[in-house]
Design a protein around this ligand. Structure first.
Ligand code: AMP
Ligand code: ZN
Length: 479
């Protein structure tokens, strides 16, 4: 079994990855708050944890890995968006969830095994909060329930801060009902026009952090293997998840390996609406940037380094991907995974090296195809798209015999029209016209063969003037 090593933020060291149960390797990744299109930065954790998921499936078997990623569908930002747009909250969250799945699929990301929505687990959150209150880790104040950070001695360990440092450095919301300014909300009251659920503390809704603790416990148990997310979530979100889970279920270890991806920037600057360099994944896809090109750029930088999205990288990635397709269109994937790529990935997801390893297989296209597929490139849809777009490439006309120039010229002209007609036929699935043309050409001893990405016209002899004239008629008929 390949040995995987991962950098664990909790211990600040690269460690051998040893799952609790190699028949069920479990990973939880914090997902999006659904009120708007995913921006390019949001796609980074998706692609990073997708390649980790693929590696785990390869090493432990596809049926022995459980990947959970949540949707936060109750949040004040969602409430505000619904108010602004005069729409129902559920309309917004459902639409955004659909967009998210479409956009991430376009990047070649596999869907996690489970994608729980926060609103589907309110009961479990209430139970967990009740346990925290009963054990003295949380208290009720003015309709709120707050987690008492001083009740958990390891609070701040993940990010390496003390509670006093946090108070000094953070912009904490100081509320009169908080015992300690760092105490965070588990439950808060809802007014009549806000979404709310009945609870022992009145009608209200959960704070953000509790959902991940409750859903991870419900779906993965009190101890599981990997917890992932962007580095921006390390504090306070992940710190709070740990505090909640460790205090509600002290018998468990919660997550054992913590992985964090660094942030994405654009042309060296933080992506922001005010700088005008903010864009969504959909913006890029609509501009015609293939999803696998975005994926390539994402993976060309190691996940623990800040990544810079640049136009130059996009253009270079497009050339490499194009080359990979060109080398492999005639092949079928074998399902094998070349060792060089597994070994690069097993070293704390060295995706940069893995991409170099794929390109290094250019003289063994079958292995290149298999390696690229393992990393989520050259999937069936991308390959079909490439074939459609590149049918014109590699077109050849050959004529045997003397005085063949005029025949070659007429055939080249016909060939261009034929390709357009063929592509159209493929799209509409009606081949009558091109088949008829092919038959007519056969009577003149001209062979037409269509390969995966090329069309070949072969004339056995030069044509006479009358036949050349006839080719022009045929061209008109194909238009
Ligand atoms: P959010 O919907 O804001 O909670 O973010 C969803 C995910 O995207 C989280 O894992 C964040 O850490 C991640 N994320 C947000 N912005 C960026 C960024 N600029 N670069 C990388 N990851 C990001
Ligand atoms: Zn979370």
């Amino acid at each position: 079994m390949a040995e995987i090593r991962l950098y664990n933020t909790r211990t600040r060291a690269k460690e051998d990855f040893v799952p609790l149960d190699d028949k069920n390797v479990r990973m939880y990744v914090c997902g999006p708050t659904v009120y708007d299109r995913a921006h390019l930065g949001n796609a980074r954790p998706v692609v990073v944890f997708d390649v980790l998921y693929r590696l785990l499936r390869h090493v432990y078997g596809a049926d022995h890995v459980t990947y959970v990623r949540n949707f936060t569908d109750v949040d004040d930002k969602i409430i505000e968006r619904a108010k602004r747009d005069g729409r129902e909250i559920s309309q917004i969250t459902e639409e955004t969830t659909r967009w998210y799945l479409e956009d991430m699929a376009a990047l070649g990301a596999l869907e996690p095994d489970q994608m729980p929505r926060a609103t589907g687990f309110i009961g479990q959150m209430v139970t967990m909060i009740e346990e925290l209150v009963a054990k003295g880790h949380a208290y009720e104040a003015e309709g709120h329930v707050l987690f008492a950070v001083e009740s958990y001695k390891d609070y701040g360990k993940l990010s390496g801060r003390s509670v006093d440092d946090m108070i000094a450095g953070a912009r904490v919301e100081v509320a009169p009902y908080k015992r300690n300014p760092m105490d965070f909300v588990l439950w808060k009251p809802s007014s009549d026009d806000q979404p709310g659920w009945d609870s022992p503390w009145g009608r209200g809704r959960p704070g953000w952090h509790i959902e991940c603790s409750a859903m991870a416990y419900e779906l993965l148990g009190e101890s599981f293997d990997i917890h992932g997310g962007g580095i921006d979530l390390q504090f306070p979100h992940h710190e709070n998840e740990i505090a909640q889970s460790a205090c509600a279920h002290p018998e468990g270890a919660f997550a054992r390996y913590w992985l964090h991806n660094e942030m994405l920037q654009v042309e060296g600057k933080k992506m922001s609406k005010s700088l005008g360099n903010f864009f969504t994944v959909r913006d890029l896809l609509d501009q015609g940037v293939p999803g696998e090109v975005i994926r390539f750029v994402m993976l060309s930088t190691h996940y623990r380094k800040p990544m810079d999205w640049t136009e130059k990288k996009r253009a270079e990635a497009a050339i490499t991907i194009d080359y990979w397709h060109r080398l492999t269109t005639e092949l079928e994937p074998s399902g094998a995974v070349p060792a060089s790529v597994v070994s690069a990935m097993s070293d704390d997801l060295n995706t940069h090296l893995a991409l170099v390893a794929v390109s290094a297989l250019h003289s063994q296209p079958q292995m290149l195809l298999d390696a690229a597929r393992f990393l989520g490139f050259l999937d069936d849809e991308a390959r079909e798209h490439y074939r459609q777009m590149n049918l014109v490439e590699g077109v050849s006309v050959s004529v045997s015999g003397k005085d063949s120039d005029s025949t070659a010229k007429a055939l080249s002209e016909l060939r261009d029209t034929y390709i357009v007609a063929y592509k159209h036929a493929k799209k509409t699935k009606s081949f009558d016209k091109v088949d008829a043309a092919k038959k007519v050409l056969a009577t003149m001893e001209i062979d037409v063969s269509v390969h995966v990405n090329s069309v070949e016209f072969r004339a056995k002899r030069p044509l006479d003037d009358q036949e050349i004239e006839y080719l022009h008629d045929l061209e008109e008929a194909l238009k």
